[in-house]
Ligand binder design. Structure first.
Ligand SMILES: Cc1cc2nc3c(=O)[nH]c(=O)nc-3n(C[C@H](O)[C@H](O)[C@H](O)COP(=O)(O)OP(=O)(O)OC[C@H]3O[C@@H](n4cnc5c(N)ncnc54)[C@H](O)[C@@H]3O)c2cc1C
Length: 376
């Protein structure tokens, strides 16, 4: 059985779109990928991954490269701002002994691993390029590109992210991205000898942490409550982050703070969420990844659920007899898991902003991790 899809266009070459290209090429489907960024960059510092993400990367066939170029951690250490260890939360493997339970990698490194796989798999990639219109009928989808040329596809996958133009067109009444009330600071720093595991320091209002991303680098993050989306001018980023870190007397944090200087790449990003109710497809156009479910990073699972969407979509296309059945089965298999990640991450952020119940925070973390460990 198969949904007789022979030619697919993927709009957006982020983690979700690239994963879809890899999985569709395994079935021999002619796969075209459009990426608006001419340099196919992955913005940002590091990305933390749980066991479920590593399981998904194994399915894509890139776990080996991740293990060579990234870093794995066996646990998360939670500390008081002074440095006292409060709790060690293990990252148990969820997919057998060969797939670790957690880790991190430089975002551009993971993007490079995936983009190489996409190209080697034979997907036709066009960079710095996009479409202008999409029209569909019962037999196919006609896409007109920005240079006026057009082509016809059996299926179009919209993976163009949180501010998706494809979603705006396909589901004009869908909710808009919502600011969560938190911003996250990030910086890449040399790995201190103490950083075997992920380390976090939790203060009354701020939370900071480091996650090793390779043998010699860590990714530092700091979550700050901000009522409105605020932009800090580039020349003030380093000084402002240093001020915020000064509220954590822990020696490891202070040693890292000392290393921040004008050459450090510091970023501040607002945390936004989006959960689009079903349907995630109309006719022959389907949406995946952040386009329909963007989460704040409290469970470090945004990339995970986007990559899993791609895996499940490819599975359903291969096993159902019609496209409509495949897309419907895809969205119903994905809904509950994606809803759980977006809503639970949002609730964790809210508890942090309100200085709410720490036990509820711990319980949500534990239950979400148990749910994520389940098979997809
Ligand atoms: C601050 C922050 C920290 C995070 N940390 C983590 C973490 O530690 N772990 C984790 O798992 N997740 C994390 N996430 C979430 C994760 O980054 C996202 O869920 C994931 O990157 C989504 O991938 P995507 O491919 O669906 O969308 P995107 O990454 O947004 O990719 C969309 C792609 O589409 C392209 N595009 C856009 N419009 C067009 C167009 N019209 N035509 C062609 N191409 C187009 C874009 O250039 C982009 O390449 C974090 C998110 C944020 C904001």
């Amino acid at each position: 059985m198969s949904a007789s899809v022979q030619k697919v266009l993927i709009i957006g070459g982020g983690f979700s779109g690239m994963s879809a290209a890899i999985q569709l090429r395994k079935q021999g489907i002619e796969t075209h990928l459009l990426e608006i960024d001419p340099d196919w960059r992955a913005d940002g510092a590091g990305i933390s991954v749980g066991g479920a993400t590593l399981r998904a990367l194994e399915t894509l066939g890139v776990l080996e490269e991740f293990l060579e170029q990234g870093s794995v951690q066996e646990a998360l250490e939670v500390h008081a701002p002074t440095g006292q260890l409060l709790q060690t939360i293990p990252n148990p493997p969820v997919a057998g002994a060969n797939v670790p339970g957690g880790g991190a990698i430089m975002r551009p490194v993971l993007a490079r691993i995936l983009s190489k796989k996409v190209v080697n798999a034979g997907a036709k990639v066009r960079l710095g390029y996009t479409y202008s219109t999409i029209e569909q009928d019962d037999e196919g989808v006609t896409v007109t590109f920005e240079d006026g040329s057009s082509d016809r596809f059996d299926l179009v996958i919209g993976a163009d992210g949180l501010y998706s133009k494809t979603r705006e067109w396909l589901l004009p009444d869908a909710p808009k991205p919502r600011y969560s009330g938190q911003g996250v600071w990030r910086a890449v720093l040399p790995r201190p000898p103490e950083a075997g595991n992920t380390m976090m320091w939790v203060g009354p209002k701020l939370k900071t942490g480091i996650n090793p991303m390779s043998k010699d680098q860590v990714y530092l993050f700091l979550t700050e409550d901000k009522q409105i989306k605020e932009r800090v001018p580039d020349e003030k980023l380093v000084a402002t982050l240093k001020d915020l870190l000064s509220t954590f007397p822990a020696p490891v944090v202070q040693a890292l703070r000392e290393q921040l200087d004008e050459t450090s790449q510091v970023q501040l990003r607002p945390l936004e969420g989006l959960l689009v109710p079903l349907p995630w497809f109309r006719g022959r156009v389907v949406l995946i990844g952040d386009t329909v479910h963007a989460t704040t990073p409290h469970l470090a699972s945004g990339a995970c659920i986007g990559i899993e969407d791609a895996i499940v979509l490819a599975e359903e296309l291969a096993s159902r007899s019609t496209l409509d059945e495949a897309l419907d089965a895809f969205q119903h298999r994905r809904w509950e898991r994606c809803r759980m990640v977006v809503e639970n991450s949002g609730r964790l952020g809210q508890i942090e902003i309100e200085g709410g119940d720490k036990e509820e925070h711990t319980n949500i973390m534990r239950e979400s991790m148990q749910a994520l460990a389940q098979p997809i």
